[in-house]
Design a protein around this ligand. Structure first.
Ligand code: FES
Length: 75
């Protein structure tokens, strides 16, 4: 599904970018990693939500006692 109509970015592209080992940690970095930049900004919340979901799945995979696992889920 296209989540950014200005740059024609799909949710799959955003998810794959976020799951890269040294992937983006901000929405601006997502655009950069995908070779574009924000235009109207309407997609920023959706991209952030996809990022949070993708990064949340990876959370807890560390072998150390990570304080982030004790945080309440993002709304
Ligand atoms: S819809 Fe993504 S920048 Fe406009």
């Amino acid at each position: 599904m296209i989540v950014c109509s200005c740059n024609v970015l799909s949710d799959t592209q955003v998810r794959e970018t976020c799951s890269a080992q040294s992937g983006p940690r901000t929405t601006i970095e997502v655009y950069r990693c995908l070779g574009c930049s924000p235009q109207c900004g309407r997609c920023a919340r959706t991209i952030r939500a996809i990022m949070d979901e993708a990064l949340g799945r990876a959370c807890g995979a560390c072998s150390v006692d990570c304080p982030a696992t004790k945080l309440p889920p993002a709304e």
